[in-house]
Design a protein around this ligand. Sequence first.
Ligand SMILES: CC(C)(COP(=O)(O)OP(=O)(O)OC[C@H]1O[C@@H](n2cnc3c(N)ncnc32)[C@H](O)[C@@H]1OP(=O)(O)O)[C@@H](O)C(=O)NCCC(=O)NCCS
Length: 181
Amino acid sequence: MGTITAAFTPKLGEATTLRDKAGVPFVVRAYDPRFRDELQRFYEEFEPKRAAQGLPPSHPERIRDWLDDVLGKGINLIALRHDELAGHALVMPTSRDGIGEYAIFLREDLRGRGVGSEFGRVVVAAARANDLRGLWLTVEPGKRAAIRTYEKAGFRFIPQTVLSVEAEMEIDFTDVEGKDE
Ligand SMILES: CC(C)(COP(=O)(O)OP(=O)(O)OC[C@H]1O[C@@H](n2cnc3c(N)ncnc32)[C@H](O)[C@@H]1OP(=O)(O)O)[C@@H](O)C(=O)NCCC(=O)NCCS
């Protein structure tokens, strides 16, 4: 059963071309180290800082340390628009065997165009293809756009958490009924 303890390449081929709601293409591909500097710049320019669970960090040094940590494990996918890095999605190992924690960050000018929804579906497919048992995340209940993209990728709220400051959502790939829309 899949345990994500080391970095690996998602079984997605080299790159996948998707389209936003206006039909403009963007490319999703596995991160590789040649994008390291561009990813650092992406997060230095990212707004708002600390948007989700304190991420991304505010200061360049903290961003560097955080990237050193996350890029060495789990699944890291990037989105490219016109060959510029414009998004990063992560599935990080958790203390639960085979369960990954999902997070996604898009450049501000790309938001609200359907990119997060399409990108999210690819991340979920990559997690499934890498034999994970499921995905999990926390989200502030007021983050409607984020929640909507999570729901469209197949996440569902864990009922006992919906009134919390940080609600929890999950996808169980072992659920034979299936939860995808
Ligand atoms: C959260 C994020 C990934 C969403 O991606 P996105 O590309 O902006 O989202 P999309 O355009 O694909 O979809 C947004 C959906 O939410 C809906 N939505 C937007 N604002 C909404 C609101 N206030 N209430 C309800 N739904 C809302 C949209 O209508 C759309 O749903 P639809 O396609 O069914 O119409 C992106 O906005 C982002 O990176 N934000 C900053 C970082 C962050 O908060 N990351 C998440 C935590 S890790």
